[in-house]
Design a protein around this ligand. Structure first.
Ligand SMILES: Nc1ncnc2c1ncn2[C@@H]1O[C@H](COP(=O)(O)OP(=O)(O)OP(=O)(O)O)[C@@H](O)[C@H]1O
Length: 344
């Protein structure tokens, strides 16, 4: 059983301009529960300005609700004592979009990991902190001996993002809120990091909120999808229902806007399949039409049509390689190899 965070009918209204006369409702009547008995992955999907960052800040306790309440383990966040707030700060971790912004360029990359371990009393000495950091780095596929001691600019964007995930992990959280964690990494690393988040949920029972503008990656990893527009929940339901049986016109419009690798083949709507399995997807849509385990299976099988259509997107499927940096040339090389396999 993990901790529970619950937003109950929350409004967030910002006042700005002269005398605070300009009012903007960033979230309206929003309710959402994560964690609890069966911790899962909840994706919050919305376009720019829909209120994703405001929701992230609200759930992290950085943004007060104008009305409604955010509960942490059934207690109103606004009523937590300083010690309870400290426990919350360890238990609920965040991963942000830009892994460079979080680092201080003057410190070595392990600095933002050592400090919270000491602050939260999880390590009694620097040596113990380093040991915990090494473990967390290994969990996220980093080699500690090649990482510790470096400065942020000496690592790739993907490595920096994994350090941030390692930082979150080292604090043994029960909830992680990942705000656009893959929007600044390339296609290949995107899959690796999404798979990593997926594993953290499955193997360590961490509840995850995955905030994204990208419906396709939401579908790949999440059990529940919440569609946000103009600060309001347009739709919330199981990933299968939201994608295959969208109820709200806005959700349908979002789905229809997802580009297919083959422009002549629609992504998924229209064939009436209700199986819950993803068999209604055209082969060419594999990279975006499948959820995490299916993606891995299909891509390990190197399905030829996928690689013929769009090498860049297809590269997102290479889940079993922990690629540190993937250049465009490498993607082309992989696509060429796949085409050769297809020809044989
Ligand atoms: N501090 C603030 N003061 C006034 N308005 C704000 C403030 N923060 C956010 N807003 C407004 O609230 C709305 C939601 O903003 P928010 O940053 O949550 O959206 P978002 O979905 O995260 O967008 P993006 O994907 O572009 O980051 C926007 O219209 C924004 O201009």
């Amino acid at each position: 059983m993990t901790s529970t965070i619950e937003a109950r009918n929350v409004d967030v209204v910002f006042s700005s301009g002269l005398g605070g006369r300009v009012r903007k409702t960033a979230l309206q009547d929003l309710s959402l529960t994560v964690g609890g008995e069966s911790p899962s992955i909840t994706a919050v999907v919305g376009e720019s300005g829909s209120g994703k960052t405001t929701l992230t800040r609200l759930l992290l306790g950085f943004q007060p609700a104008t009305s409604g309440e955010v509960m942490y383990n059934c207690r109103a966040m606004s009523s937590l004592s300083p010690n309870e707030v400290k426990a919350f700060r360890r238990d609920v971790q965040a991963i942000f979009q830009d892994p460079f912004e979080v680092f201080n360029p003057f410190y070595r990359v392990e600095h933002p990991l050592v400090t919270p371990l000491r602050t939260f009393g999880l390590a009694q000495s620097k040596a113990e902190a380093i040991h915990l950091i090494e473990q967390a780095m290994e969990t996220v596929g980093l080699r500690p001996q090649e990482t510790i001691g470096k400065h942020p600019h000496q690592l790739s964007g993907g490595q920096r993002q994994r350090i941030m995930i390692a930082r979150a992990l080292a604090l043994r959280p029960s909830v992680i809120i990942a705000d656009e964690p893959v929007s600044m990494v390339d296609a290949s690393l995107r899959s690796t990091i999404l798979e990593l988040l997926w594993k953290l949920n499955r193997e360590q029972g961490i509840a995850l909120i995955y905030v994204t503008h990208d419906l396709t990656t939401a579908y790949q990893v999440a059990e529940t999808i919440l569609v946000l527009y103009g600060g309001q929940v347009m739709e919330i339901g199981s990933a299968e229902d939201v994608i295959h049986r969208p109820r709200h016109p806005y959700t349908r419009a979002l789905i229809e806007a997802v580009p297919s690798p083959d422009p002549d083949i629609p992504w998924n709507l229209g064939d009436g399949s209700d199986t819950g399995e993803v068999s209604n997807m055209p082969d060419q849509g594999c990279a975006f039409a499948t959820r995490c385990p299916h993606v891995m299976e299909k891509c390990r099988a190197q399905r030829p049509p996928l690689f013929d259509t769009d090498p860049l997107r297809a590269s997102a499927c290479w889940m079993d390689e922990r690629t540190e940096t993937t250049t465009a040339a490498e993607i082309q090389r992989r696509a060429a190899t796949a085409r050769t396999v297809a020809a044989e």
